[in-house]
Design a protein around this ligand. Structure first.
Ligand code: S3P
Length: 436
């Protein structure tokens, strides 16, 4: 039930049915950017329906890339690639709420022969950008910012290759630097301390770029040679695993749940969520495993059962960074609770997600221990409905719609329209698979 941007969620008895997810957000951003700098046309089906990926497409248009979107034909986009040289923008590149757009696209505009300005909304304007400014400056770009935050004014340059170890494990930064490496003279080497999602590497290969990878005690090193040309592709983007997380966690709340999720992204650098959910007690089987342009896709059958607990720490916290809010939101309903450590990055996402989760759980009557780098949420708690805030953050809005399904009484989520950042149809789809 919707009233402006408030959504009321009533308790449920079960989750049953089938959910087909729009294309993965991380892959959609990367395909749109790479299709723009490829030679020849690309056709990409099941492009993300979220506002963030629309921001990437809008920026590409401002940079002279022609594209069309056909919502009737499976959300396909057709992009006319311009090759590596984009057109000087007549206006600022508006990244909206999307950190992925600003961070990854900065690697491409840094290699152009013209200056660009990148701007974002209020939330994005608070987010740290020095993680891309420092290495791109080392490659020769000139970047002015507001004390390391947007807007960014990037003066492109002939870039030089660097050998760079990222201080923060971030797939966005890794992709940014690999994209910049295309414009650099020589071999760019990037080492990540922890393995993060590899969609940038997989997508570059799909567009015909050669990369090398080496794993050592120092981490994971990726090497890219500059000057390589990309060729357009025809692709279908697998369903978004981080959006699926909300339905999987909703199913986990009820022993009688039965859910099917066809065509879902199964990339091993993202699929840690499935291991954790199985460890907690959800029964998951995967069929029809396939590979499209290097990305694994499969169909899930899910059955609810009792919920144990879990500890998420170390490399798991990086691997599950987008799913921690919803895992934390269902934690009180588990037997042993959930503890999250080493997840300080959550504080600089679209909202401070550690504080947002703690505040909303408390409003629902839960006991929560909030820590600088995580949360400890005891299990065996009964929650009640409450008036909650999304904090303008899509993943907080969706996480608490899930928590509300097993609470006593109704829950109101203010600012629920922020779900459209990644998944505009979320509330309708949740309603369609919820039994009361
Ligand atoms: C993303 C990486 C993650 C994630 C974000 C999408 C990506 O951010 O939180 O939603 O597509 O590479 P970081 O790379 O900053 O951890």
């Amino acid at each position: 039930m919707k009233n402006g941007s408030d959504v009321i969620v009533r308790p449920a008895r079960n989750v049953r049915g089938s959910v087909s997810l729009p294309g993965d957000k991380s892959i959609s951003h990367r395909y749109a950017m790479l299709a723009g700098i490829a030679e020849g046309p690309s056709r990409i089906e099941n492009y993300s329906t979220g506002a963030d990926c629309a921001s990437t497409l809008a920026c590409m248009r401002t940079l002279g890339v022609a594209w069309e979107r056909n919502k009737d034909s499976g959300n396909a986009i057709e992009v006319q690639g311009r090759g590596l040289a984009l057109a000087p923008p007549a206006a600022a590149l508006d990244c909206g709420n999307s950190g992925s757009t600003m961070r990854m696209l900065s690697g491409i505009v840094a290699g152009q022969k013209f200056p660009s300005e990148m701007v974002g909304d209020e939330s994005l304007s608070r987010r740290p950008m020095e993680r891309v400014i420092t290495p791109l400056s080392a490659m020769g770009a000139h970047i002015a910012s507001q004390g390391g935050k947007p807007p960014l004014r990037i003066t492109g340059a002939a870039l030089k290759a660097i050998d760079y170890t990222m201080p923060v494990a971030s797939a966005q930064v890794k992709s940014c630097l690999l994209f910049a490496g295309l414009f650099a003279d020589g071999e760019t080497r990037i080492t990540e301390p922890l393995r993060t999602r590899d969609h940038g590497e997989v997508a570059l290969r799909a567009f015909g770029v050669k990369l090398d990878r080496r794993s050592s005690g120092q981490g994971n090193e990726i090497i890219i040679r500059g000057g390589q040309r990309l060729r357009g592709i025809e692709a279908r983007i697998p369903g978004d695993l981080s959006s699926a997380a909300f339905f999987l966690c909703a199913a986990a709340l009820f022993p009688g749940s039965q859910l099917t999720v066809p065509g879902l992204l199964m990339n091993p650098t993202r699929a840690r969520l499935l291991d954790v959910l199985m460890q907690i007690g959800l029964r998951i089987s995967v069929t029809q495993l396939d590979e499209i342009h290097g990305e694994l896709v499969g169909s899930l059958q899910v059955e609810g059962a009792g919920l144990k607990g879990a500890t998420i720490a170390g490399a798991d916290s990086a691997a599950l960074i987008d799913e921690i809010p919803v895992l934390a939101a269902i934690a009180p309903y588990t037997e042993q609770g959930i503890e999250v450590r080493d997840a300080r990055e959550l504080r600089v996402k679209e909202s401070d997600r550690i504080a947002a989760v703690a505040a909303n759980l408390r409003l629902m009557g839960a006991q929560v221990e909030e820590r600088e780098d995580g949360l400890k949420i005891p299990g065996g708690q009964a929650l009640h409905g409450a008036e909650l805030d999304s904090f303008g953050d899509h993943r907080i809005a969706m996480a608490f719609a899930v928590a509300a399904l097993r609470a006593r009484g109704e829950t109101v989520i203010h600012g629920a329209d922020s779900a459209a950042i990644s998944y505009p149809a979320f509330f309708q789809t949740l309603e369609a698979v919820t039994e009361r």
